[in-house]
Write a new protein. Structure first.
Length: 531
């Protein structure tokens, strides 16, 4: 019985020691050099241990990163969960009085994390090896070169092998031998990573590279890398312009009905967008409180709610104010401008003057990486698809439904439509509510990419009118071309002259264009237009 108890105690002690100790022991002098001393000496010792490829280094480095290492004289200890372990032997130990904590500055922590990544170059899963290569891109140096070369020789995945070759070149670029630096400079010409461009620029800084041949190779490689990265920048600029165009399209589609078809200069259109955004925020909070498990799908429920909220407000405005002002566009401008002020103050009183936060669902967070320097956000892609769906739905409604037929009839000849039995007052209300509802959909989409606040609509009202006027009043196709064209043009000019001057230049362009072609891109054709 006593023997059983003794074995049980020994087994328990062994379990405690294994759970608290590093995986095993490195040489005591090597441990001390990694844990104590000048940062340069510690990094050199760490690189030496990494080059040795000893798997026992991993738990010790993890302990250093967790601030669990102490030094007393020539001995190094790992203290975890109140249990001290001799880092050299792995055996339980009593921590001496006066043991000092090992302090790691930011530079040392970067090197420790880099060392951990280097040891994962031999992980069995390709995803882990790819992650290790990505982590080492900014920290590759000559000290890790032996391990990188060993990983390159053992790698079987062609894509990862190519990345390791570039990583090897990045480590060689700071070698002492000029021939090795020249070889590395030529290898880096095949890279398409932004980090490579940064590395080459650092090596081309004054005083960084003295050898003329190496410097010439670095400049040639930099030109090739920048030419390759320029494609990602161009495509990113194009995507940003199209994304802005889709937002302008959503904001202008509702105005294409209220102004383009009905002739109402609705200065409260931006506030209808704002109402749709706040409706989305309310639905988000309801889901967070009552349906937390389905929170990621709140945006699906918010779309009809935003449409209904803005459409309801639009119907009330039309029946209460707008219906008395048809045929008097300047008076509709003044009336709706006053309504916009009322709506903004109402929102401030109800929800507060500060912006509110609308959170993206998990499936709209992040993005897809197309090129090393080009990532397309999921929320922007979703807005592009959403704008296309809204556009298609609106085109079908205007061209293929009874309501669309009545709206077109009342727009072209109100008296004749009334004589044919069309209830023009009801059609006016329905059309204005439809335009307001589409503005609400724009607010729902905008809540996913920008701030939601009482003044958010003011940033889109002028752009919406510019899109409708430039495209041609009452022309849906013109609205699409104008929105996408202005979005891309605005982003091109922003990259050239900045955001403020870009806005001014776009406005000047539209003024000159309307003077030369008052009917816009697409003119209304027919007897009523020609009369």
């Amino acid at each position: 019985m006593r023997l059983v108890r003794s074995c049980r105690a020994l087994l328990l002690a062994a379990v405690v020691m294994l759970s608290a100790a590093p995986a095993a022991a490195l040489a005591p002098p090597q441990l001390l050099r990694i844990a104590a001393g000048d940062s340069d000496e510690r990094i050199a010792a760490l690189n030496e241990a990494v080059a040795g490829g000893d798997p026992k280094l991993v738990p010790f480095v993890e302990a250093l990163l967790a601030d669990e290492v102490k030094v007393a004289g020539e001995r190094v200890f790992v203290v975890r969960g109140g249990q001290a372990v001799d880092a050299a032997t792995g055996a339980a130990a009593v921590l001496p009085d006066g043991a000092e904590d090992v302090v790691n500055n930011n530079r040392m922590r970067r090197q420790l994390r880099s060392a951990l990544a280097a040891t994962r170059l031999f992980a069995p899963e390709p995803a882990q090896r790819a992650k290790a290569i990505a982590e080492l891109k900014d920290e590759a140096d000559e000290g890790k070169l032996p391990l990188i070369e060993k990983a390159y020789a053992a790698e079987t995945e062609p894509a990862l092998k190519a990345q390791l070759a570039l990583l090897q070149a990045a480590a060689l670029i700071s070698a002492d031998d000029a021939a090795r630096r020249l070889q590395a400079a030529r290898l880096l010409a095949d890279s398409d990573q932004p980090a490579t461009q940064t590395l080459l620029l650092e090596r081309l800084a004054p005083g960084a590279e003295a050898d003329p041949a190496v410097r010439g190779a670095l400049m040639l490689s930099l030109d090739k890398v920048q030419a390759r990265l320029a494609w990602g920048e161009r495509l990113g600029l194009l995507f940003t312009g199209v994304s802005l165009g889709s937002i302008l399209l959503l904001a202008a589609l509702g105005l294409a009905i209220t102004y383009g078809l009905m002739g109402v200069i609705n200065m409260a259109h931006g506030e209808l967008i704002m109402i749709g955004a706040y409706a989305t925020w309310v639905v988000q909070n309801l889901f967070r409180q009552w349906l937390p498990g389905a929170f990621d799908w709140y945006i699906v429920a918010a779309i009809p709610v935003a449409f209904a909220a803005s459409a309801g407000v639009g119907a009330v405005l039309e029946r209460g104010v707008i219906r008395w002002l048809y045929g008097r566009p300047l008076e509709t401008l003044l009336a709706t401008w006053g309504i916009s002020l009322v709506l903004m103050q109402a929102v401030r009183s109800l929800f507060g003057a500060q912006n509110v936060s609308v959170e993206n669902p998990a499936w709209l967070s992040g993005g897809v990486q197309v090129l090393p320097n080009l990532t397309l956000p999921y929320n922007r892609i979703a807005i592009l698809a959403f704008a296309a769906l809204v556009l298609a739905g609106m085109a079908l409604l205007i061209a293929r439904t009874r309501l669309g037929l009545f709206v077109r009839g009342v727009t072209q000849n109100r008296r004749m439509a009334s004589c044919m039995g069309v209830n023009t007052a009801r059609v006016d209300t329905s059309a204005f509510a439809l335009g307001a509802g589409i503005a609400g959909l724009a607010g729902c989409a905008l809540s996913q990419v920008g701030n939601v606040g009482p003044d958010m609509g003011q940033g889109y009202i002028v752009d919406s009118f510019m899109v409708v006027v430039l495209g041609g009043v009452g022309q849906l196709a013109g609205t699409v071309y104008a929105a996408l064209g202005l979005g891309v043009l605005n982003k091109l000019l922003e990259g050239w002259q900045g955001a403020v001057l870009a806005k001014i230049m776009v406005l000047v362009f539209i003024v000159i264009f309307i003077q030369k072609r008052p009917q816009g891109l697409f003119a209304v054709k027919g007897r009523s237009a020609e009369a």
